[in-house]
Design a protein around this ligand. Sequence first.
Ligand code: IPE
Ligand code: IPE
Ligand code: MG
Length: 256
Amino acid sequence: MDGQVTKEMMDSRRMPRHVAIIMDGNGRWAKRHGLARMFGHRQGVETVHRITEAAAEAGIRYLTLYAFSTENWNRPQQEVDALMELLVDTIAKETATLMKNNVRLLTIGDLARLPKTAQEKFRRCMEQTAGNTGLRLVIALSYSSRWELVRAVKQMVSEVQSGALRAEDIDEMAVSEHLTTAGIPDPDLLIRTSGELRISNFLLWQLAYAELYFTPCLWPDFTVEEFYRALLDYQGRERRFGKTSEQVKTDQEIKQ
Ligand code: IPE
Ligand code: IPE
Ligand code: MG
């Protein structure tokens, strides 16, 4: 879709309830500007700020951001340390904005692997924003889908062994409730920036029926207009969930 995209062009009744984003391309952005990778990450934080505000304003209920994957622990130690420091600084600075925009912070992932100061900052921010009723901002930290699924399987096995769960009661709902996203609806729309066409171990179970949107735009360059473009594209799609197009149209007529 070319041309300018504005907020007015979107249908507020057809907003995705949950948008998940793989924020990618910070390193390439820095390289393109002749800077060290960390400058890209810092610029990426500005994008997080912008997109969170825009999502809250658009009436989206859940925004999940992939901030640090399990596999990202394998990056050079210097980059990992600097990223952890940036997380701590950002959370301290952004709590006021979250309060102003009525945003509630949630996290998913293996937070116990984060440095103690980062864990503490996130815990405090989650407590502080717990009463906010607007957008839920879910930050995925030290998260990967396979880590989460292995953890869920282990938990279910131990519950079956202790008698708290019956094997025959394990259904899709039970699996969902054992994931770190328990209580959060599945994403309707997944956006990945930077032109990579992959999922990189993100929400594999939860994305089963999400609409996928890929853009070559690097995360630090991702503007509110680009975000609206993704939302508008989503609104133009027909979500069939395995049914035929005719069935979907009849279902919609019944609803109206
Ligand atoms: C995404 O940007 C941020 C994180 C994974 C923490 P990258 O750091 O992956 O940027 P590229 O992919 O190298 O450009
Ligand atoms: C995915 O980006 C993880 C995050 C955005 C946090 P990566 O840059 O780590 O993904 P790959 O390695 O290119 O698949
Ligand atoms: Mg990357």
